[in-house]
Design a protein around this ligand. Structure first.
Ligand SMILES: C[S@@+](CC[C@H](N)C(=O)[O-])C[C@H]1O[C@@H](n2cnc3c(N)ncnc32)[C@H](O)[C@@H]1O
Length: 201
């Protein structure tokens, strides 16, 4: 049976702690995403950074010329991401939005989920897959980074095997690739992660 995992109140967390100290904080574009975009020759279009947190990925993608939207359940995270983007002179849409009660009414060329899916209770996974599928244009992609079953720390988010990713997403996405990697951030050693490229069916 999957171990039940606990998560903070996200809004309190972003009110109380500096984003730079958070385990997932990575000011650079996620290297696995960068490689995937290169491989698939994607260099323009619209992207949703789902569960954007500090907004680093939306910001890095906007700097590369993508039209970026970042959403997060935490209003405090969104306020900080917005102010960082403004400081950098970037035009990014940041919105407070709970993916399970989303007000997004647009489809994106691709969605990047770096660490959001893996915080959801297993009972919510099929809702997530359906909702995210509806946010992606035909032939679009979901790039998904989540903790790997190889990660041995006790605490933290849910972990996945490649088979579990295929089982969760396979009905609505073609699973183009899944590889073992790390989750770049402030933890040492970096947590083991899976990076999946999922193409909408
Ligand atoms: C592990 S953090 C990753 C943040 C960011 N993607 C990054 O890589 O820096 C997970 C994020 O998911 C957000 N989150 C949690 N539940 C959510 C929900 N239901 N809808 C949208 N975002 C949510 C949290 O507030 C948090 O910022």
């Amino acid at each position: 049976m999957t171990q039940q995992r606990e998560f903070p109140n996200w809004n309190n967390l972003y009110q109380e702690r500096q984003v730079e100290t958070m385990p997932w904080y990575n000011p650079d574009l996620d290297v696995d995403l960068e490689q995937a975009l290169t491989k698939l020759k994607i260099n323009s279009g619209t992207v949703l950074d789902l569960g954007t947190g500090p907004g680093t990925q939306a910001i890095a993608l906007a700097k590369k010329g993508f039209r970026a939207t970042g959403t997060d359940i935490s209003e405090a995270a969104i306020t900080q991401a917005e102010s960082k983007a403004k400081e950098e002179g970037l035009d990014i849409t940041f919105r407070q939005d709970d993916i399970f009660h989303s007000h997004l009414n647009q489809e994106f060329d691709f969605v990047f989920d770096r660490g959001c899916f893996h915080v959801f209770h297993p009972d919510l996974r099929q809702d997530y897959v359906r909702i995210v599928h509806n946010l992606i244009k035909p032939k679009g992609y979901l790039f998904l980074k989540c903790f790997s079953h190889l990660e041995t720390r006790e605490e933290g988010p849910y972990r996945f095997t490649p088979e579990e990713i295929k089982k969760n997403f396979g009905d609505r996405f073609n699973v183009l690739s899944i590889h073992e990697t790390v989750y770049q951030g402030t933890l040492d050693p970096l947590p083991k992660a899976l990076f999946s490229i999922l193409e909408i069916i």
